[in-house]
Design a protein around this ligand. Structure first.
Ligand code: F6R
Length: 612
């Protein structure tokens, strides 16, 4: 949830930390701080506010300091105040700690440290216990002290610790929260996420759960929990630095929406055999026999990824003939799901670090089920712990509101449905071939939706929508998950209260809320339920609701009924959600702009939810 950077080398540490924290700011926004190691003491600078505020307060000072740690915080324990900002220090101020995660037993540790060991606490955070614990165990070796301290801790952590007594040395520890070490020449850098490293190096070593690292400018040593030195392979990052920056757009979200044709193409690339026109997911170690035996699939995810899962259910059931249950991960993990032989769990997570999704994955594996992960982040916890991984090649997604990752999750699910369907003999080869052809045509259709003409139409509509505090999204069949995702996107970044309903549900309650002019965005892309949805639109019209319909070109009856229509390029109905999602993303974006809200960093939200 929070962002972590540590540096040791020959350059000005504060500048490197600030630059890295800015790249990670999307992970935690309420406060920021650094601890710099200088002349046998630690210089701490931290406050509630943004990284830019922190930068101002450093005011170009500390030029000669070459070692330090920095943090951006998203509050979990304790309010966003100056005192609660990281780094946290030991009583002697010789040890400073930055932490991402939650120390679950911090109450009892705090009590023990205060009452029995005489430590003085300055903040309300769970993290501060770590600084005092390390101090308590320090006998001249920081690594050993961190190892002993973490042995007392229950919970999740990515930690970087420095001591004024050990110049040039950073100590790291990881449990259930990511830490990646970037390797340089005469310098090394550690961070909780890749964008903070890319300006310095592409060579990395990933720390695994239960491991520790001792980092100096010349060496990176990784140890297991018993203190055994490990040999870790170098992992080369292929992401372009530009790919992690805005690339000329006003917001990451818009840039990421615009990247969707490429992201979709990339996710299909190498998975569709151009010669045979067949989907080939042999990269998954699932054999034909296993797939034929499958009796049920459980899809588990959170938020937007859960909405992708709802569409996944429809397409897998339709194309592969396998019954699918979809669960929100935070429910799945606590509801004792019936997991049996011949079932597969599919977890979907852009970040691959979502705590509930990871817990659902672990639960499923404990119960003996195979887990297939759909994720966007190579080396993420989900990718490492799942039995099989299907990566979405969307590239780094920085805006909190997920767009391109979502669209590529849909593509991954279509690929799975077609591949499983063909192997199981549920999908006729000609039907599969037609679907594949139409899938491959999606990037060009997406480009049309992203034309200036479409954008200006949507901008105009959003001027109307932005003056309302409430809106509805409706749709039937596979338009319904798109409606759910459209509503989530709108509420998330424009702060308009948006509700999605299966269109047939309107008359079972929500119709009472339809008043003159209220915005209702109707998804109507499916021929099979076209007339039914049209009747629902008429019900809204009759009560004065202002319907904006998202439909397919050629569905002319909609145009007759509705004052504003956005027509998608014609598409095979089952694939329409990939196109229909895009105008809903743009509606959220332009409405947020019109209302002046913070598009890329909506209030109270963070990109990667690594705590429960
Ligand atoms: C909303 C959004 C979130 C995430 C959810 C799961 O735009 O992005 O709802 O989808 O927090 O995150 P991942 O996919 O990283 O597991």
């Amino acid at each position: 949830m929070c962002g972590i950077v540590g540096y040791t080398g020959a350059k000005k540490a504060s500048a490197i930390l600030i630059e890295g924290l800015k790249k990670l700011e999307y992970r935690g926004y309420d406060s920021a701080g650094v601890a710099l190691q200088h002349d046998g003491r630690l210089v701490i600078n931290k406050a509630a506010g943004s990284v830019a505020d922190l930068e101002k307060s450093l005011d170009g000072n500390y030029k000669s300091i070459k070692v330090g740690i920095g943090h951006t915080r998203w509050a979990t324990h304790g309010r966003p105040t100056d005192e609660n900002a990281h780094p946290h220090c030991s009583c002697s101020e010789e040890i400073a700690v930055i932490h991402n995660g939650i120390i679950e037993n911090h109450h009892s540790l705090r009590q023990w440290l205060k009452e029995d060991a005489g430590h003085n606490f300055r903040s309300e955070t769970d993290t501060e216990v770590l600084a005092h614990l390390v101090e308590e165990y320090y006998e001249g070796d920081l690594l050993e002290a961190v190892r002993k301290a973490t042995a007392k801790v229950e919970g999740s952590y990515a930690l970087v610790v420095i001591s004024s007594r050990e110049p040039g040395r950073l100590i790291c520890a990881r449990q259930d929260s990511p830490l990646i070490i970037g390797l340089g020449e005469g310098e090394n850098i550690v961070a909780s996420d890749i964008p903070a490293l890319l300006a310095h190096t592409r060579k990395t070593k990933v720390l695994e759960d239960g491991e520790f690292a001792s980092i100096t400018p010349e060496n990176v040593d990784i140890f297991n929990s018993e203190g055994k030195l490990l040999n870790r392979e170098i992992f080369e990052i292929t992401w372009d630095i530009e790919a992690a920056e805005k690339g000329g757009y006003d917001h990451f979200m818009l840039k990421e929406i615009m990247e969707q044709p490429a992201a979709v193409k990339e996710t299909m690339r190498q998975r569709i055999n151009t010669a045979s026109g067949k989907v080939d997911l042999s990269e998954l170690g699932l054999n034909g026999e296993e797939l034929t035996r499958l009796e049920k699939i459980h899809i588990v995810a959170c938020g937007t990824a859960y909405h992708a899962g709802l569409l996944g259910k429809a397409v897998i059931e339709e194309l592969a003939g396998i019954p699918v249950e979809v669960d929100v991960a935070s429910e799945f993990r606590y509801r004792n799901p019936l997991l049996k032989e011949n079932q597969l769990v599919v977890v979907i997570s852009q970040s691959g670090e979502t705590a509930d999704t990871l817990a659902a994955l672990r639960l499923s594996r404990q119960k003996g089920l195979k887990v297939l992960a759909i994720t966007n982040v190579v080396g993420s916890s989900v990718s490492r712990e799942a039995d099989e991984v299907l990566y979405t090649w969307a590239g780094p997604e920085i805006a909190v509101a997920s767009t391109k990752a979502y669209l590529t999750q849909l593509i991954a699910l279509y690929l799975i449905a077609i591949y499983f369907g063909e192997i199981r003999g549920n999908l006729a080869p000609e039907t599969a071939a037609k679907l594949v052809k139409n899938l491959r045509a999606l990037p060009e259709k997406l480009k049309k939706i992203l034309s200036e003409e479409s954008l200006s139409k949507l901008r105009k509509y959003c001027d109307h929508l932005s003056s309302w505090d409430s809106a509805f999204f409706v749709g039937r069949n596979i338009d319904y998950p798109v409606a759910l995702e459209g509503a989530l996107k709108l509420k998330e970044i424009s702060y308009i209260h948006a509700e999605a309903y299966a269109a047939g549900e309107l008359k079972h309650g929500p119709l009472a809320l339809i008043v003159e002019g209220i915005p209702v965005i109707a998804l109507i892309t499916q021929k099979a339920v076209f007339e039914k949805t049209l009747s629902n639109i008429q019900e809204v019209n009759a009560r004065g609701g202002a319907v904006f319909a998202i439909t397919q070109e050629g569905f002319n009856d909609v145009t007759k009924q509705v004052e504003s229509v956005f027509s998608l390029p014609p598409v095979e109905d089952i694939l329409a959600p990939v196109l229909a999602a895009v105008p809903t993303q743009l509606i959220a974006y332009y409405t947020a702009l019109a209302r002046g809200s913070s598009v890329d960093k909506p209030r109270n939200l963070a990109k990667s939810v690594t705590v429960e």
